[in-house]
Design a binder for this molecule. Structure first.
Ligand SMILES: [Zn+2]
Length: 461
């Protein structure tokens, strides 16, 4: 939530699920839980130590219905190996512990009537059909709308206005329509005609080959796309200008003051004082927030400028590989797809974005306004030259290092890091769970494959 006083009112609390410590003096997880309770921590009172799998299954069945009466929402049970020594032996995959797994209950489903379908246009021009439903109580909240994703989904469900549909809240917050109750269908109902033009600006919609989603191509003139791009830019994960919100941006757009993120940096008291309900203090706050955003780090700016398919994680990877916007703008398609997390779709989207003059001008204006367009990441200082300009590809998961750390170590000792396996490569540094295709390619090309231990001993030489 944006409003901290509202958060304070809600008296947030937490349950502690794990005791983290080098020598906590416990042999198993249930002893750790008992210790946490004795220290006064809040622990979920529903936990139970089970002796075998039958007891685990009994526990799952026991809570299937009862969990709905708990004071918070749950979607499943986490089953953990009790003995800490066994947990250590099992270890972790790249993403999760091997000694804990979740069992998800089937989500609750309700039947309700579909009143109509509306269409929303997002900042990228993507059109999302939304089911407007007769309000229904589902897993503790009243549901009135559900996403229908795209035209294919409507066709797949064979959805018609007036139908009774089944609604579920899965893992996501937004409910979804999972099926139609054909027994209640009216004989007069007709198949849904998907819209052909944008509900906001009337431009004819397009649908790219192989894509399920319809787009409004009127990037420069479609109001929700223009406002959406500015909203995306100011959000917490991007420039984090929390003194601006959706309503203010809407007003700024309607008065003609803001049509792109760069326009924000030209705002002054004169424009802001023309907005409804703006007083000295709020004007000052907005201007302060905009000024402060100039020190937001480059990777967040890269996410904020809203290149299609470039999310937060991809923006971070890109900022490591291309430490300035100038380098990214000059990158070729091959340079781009050799970056971790970047595939063909993203690479094409980046090239398309920067080939548009209007986007390049926008970047120039942001740069002139003082927004960070370079990473403050510095190449590590040289420690030695033992790796003598040899090239490495790092792949898989390692026991003692993160991949980024290994990269820094290689650079610091005079080596080079490449992203793809080729005949020119000197070493493939292989961790656990690495992709079989990289391994096969390296073997075929006769590239030397080394383990983490072998790498460490190379450094010692
Ligand atoms: Zn439009």
């Amino acid at each position: 939530m944006q409003d901290s006083s509202e958060v304070a009112k809600r008296k947030l609390d937490c349950y502690v699920y794990y005791l983290l410590g080098e020598s906590a003096g416990v042999e198993n997880h249930s002893q750790a839980i008992a210790k946490l309770i004795s220290w006064g921590f809040n622990v979920s009172p529903t936990y139970k130590a089970c002796k075998n799998l039958d007891e685990v299954l009994d526990y799952i069945n026991h809570w299937e219905k009862r969990r709905l009466k708990l004071p918070l929402e749950t979607d499943g049970v986490v089953i953990k190996v009790n003995r800490i020594a066994h947990q250590e032996q099992l270890g972790f995959t790249a993403k999760s512990p091997r000694w804990a797994i979740s069992y998800k209950y089937k989500s609750e489903s309700q039947s309700t009537q579909l009143k109509s379908i509306t269409f929303q246009v997002g900042r990228t021009g993507a059109v999302t059909p939304v089911a407007e439903l007769e309000p229904v109580l589902l897993a503790g909240t009243t549901v009135k709308r559900a996403s229908l994703h795209n035209a294919n989904e409507i066709a797949r469900l064979d959805l018609r206005v007036g139908d009774y549909v089944f609604v579920e809240k899965g893992g996501e917050i937004i409910p979804k329509v999972t099926g139609v109750d054909l027994s209640k269908r009216s004989a007069k109902s007709k198949a849904i005609q998907y819209i052909a033009s944008c509900p906001e600006c009337k431009t004819e919609l397009i649908r790219q080959e192989g894509e399920a989603v319809h787009y409004c191509p009127n990037r420069k003139g479609c109001p929700p796309q223009i406002k959406g791009r500015v909203e995306h830019f100011i959000q917490r994960k991007a420039m984090d200008i929390d003194s601006l919100g959706e309503k203010t941006i809407s007003q700024l757009y309607e008065k003609g003051f803001v049509k792109s993120p760069a326009d924000l940096y030209d705002l002054g008291e004169e424009q802001l004082s023309q907005l409804d309900g703006f007083k000295d203090l709020s004007i000052e706050n907005v201007l302060k927030g905009i000024t402060q955003s100039k020190s937001t780090q480059y990777s967040a700016v890269l996410f904020g400028i809203g290149i299609r398919f470039v999310g937060k994680t991809v923006a971070e990877k890109l900022s490591l590989h291309f430490p300035s916007i100038d380098k990214l703008m000059k990158a070729s398609y091959d340079d781009l797809i050799n970056t971790p997390e970047v595939g063909e779709k993203i690479a094409r989207s980046i090239i398309e974005f920067f080939s548009d003059k209007e986007n390049r001008d926008e970047i120039k204006r942001l740069k002139n306004a003082g927004v960070q367009m370079e990473s403050d990441y510095k190449e590590p200082d040289k420690v030695s030259n033992v790796l003598g300009n040899k090239s490495f590809v790092i792949s898989g998961v390692f026991k003692s290092y993160e991949r980024d750390q290994l990269k820094e170590i290689i650079l610091a000792h005079g080596g080079r890091v490449l992203s793809g396996v080729s005949g020119k490569l000197d070493y493939l540094l292989a961790g656990e769970n690495m992709g079989p295709s990289k391994l096969q390619k390296a073997e075929k090309l006769g590239v030397k494959i080394i383990s983490e231990e072998e790498f460490v001993s190379m450094l010692k030489e």
